[in-house]
Design a protein. Structure first.
Length: 80
């Protein structure tokens, strides 16, 4: 779920969410390995450190900055 201004392109919002989700999956692979039989959900559910993914906030802030201007050419290219 995300909150955006009414005039912000809805498709671009979903592209943003997809990119954040892919980046989080990459973070999980980097943290726990990339073997096909790893159940990332069970790994996340058993994390006891409340700050385990605090460094991922930087990724989210970077994505937020990239998507801030919906008329930026890079963002328009992502819609195609």
């Amino acid at each position: 779920m995300t909150i955006a201004e009414r005039q912000y392109n809805q498709k671009l919002v979903f592209v943003y969410l997809q990119e954040v989700a892919h980046a989080f999956h990459d973070e999980l692979r980097n943290t726990y390995g990339s073997s096909n039989n790893i159940d990332y959900l069970s790994k996340v559910e058993t994390i006891e450190n409340q700050y385990a993914f605090l460094k991922f906030e930087r990724v989210i802030l970077k994505k937020k900055k990239e998507f801030k201007d919906m008329n930026k050419q890079e963002n328009l290219d992502k819609l195609n």
